[in-house]
Write a protein that binds this ligand. Sequence first.
Ligand code: PEP
Ligand code: MN
Length: 338
Amino acid sequence: MIVVLKENPNPRQLENLIQWLKSLNLDVHISSGSQQTVLGLVGDTTSVDIDLVRALDIVADVKRIQEPYKKANRRFHPQDTIIQIAEGISIGGGNFQMIAGPCSVESPEQICEVAKAVKASGASILRGGAFKPRTSPYAFQGMHAEGIKLLLEAKAETGMPIITEIMDIGQLELFGEVDIIQVGARNMQNFELLKHLGRTGKPILLKRGLANTYQELLMSAEYIMSGGNEQIILCERGIRTFETFTRNTLDIAAVPVLKELSHLPVVIDPSHALGIARFVPTMAVAAVAAGCDGLMIEVHNDPPHAKCDGPQSIRPEAFDVLAKRVKAMRQLVTSLEG
Ligand code: PEP
Ligand code: MN
């Protein structure tokens, strides 16, 4: 249920209302915008007399909402969420960031070379997997703790904040200096992992599962948010369809739909969606045209010899061209919005 307040509500009456709602065992989520204050009520609202609340002096409107996600819901929180990743780097609410780097960290030289190259082209956040969810148990599983150590060295050398994937909560102690924790598509509904991440204070990039709906993605975000961590970045990375030419099908509609349903930033990962490097730049530009808040792009200095996802990894030179096109499209989108 949401309670929309009139402009400049009397503070004492507002406090009384909040205390009364809390006494009904409801969590009251207050969202104060420049124009309007909205109270989002989370919990069992069946005992709330909607007409009584509507009749209060300070209340403009009361609405029961159908969606099971509350904290991720834009109705509760009309303003875009802006997530601060590092000094001067935030995402959401008009702040756009490019995340780039290899699928997996493979060596000190590889991660540092790619980091420097993508930074020079305009990427602001470095990616690199240390724990890899591979379909085959015989495939490269990542460098684990050593991979995170190498990412941290690249961070120290370039100043770029880093993002890497967690697969199990037992790995969390290694993530102390990681700036964004990634939850991969395969773990989107690992609810125990999500609950634990809800108790961390770190931004989480939550990837949409291979066969999950928008609502399921938002419910997974809700798991993390209900634990107290509201810094979630949603990521569309392609879904399974009948098409087999591309690795997955990039659902660009996820951008406007998720941004309407939720206030959380939305990032597009065209690399895992397409699975074919030459299509990645086009779809990156398309995602920007659709209004995404960021991109995640796999970049490798030697794709044919990559230990993971070489076919979809673009070279640093191709990333440089992509970044220029993205910049041009961002300018166009911003000018159209303005
Ligand atoms: C990745 O980003 O390297 C990855 C494994 O992605 P996804 O979970 O989307 O497959
Ligand atoms: Mn990958």
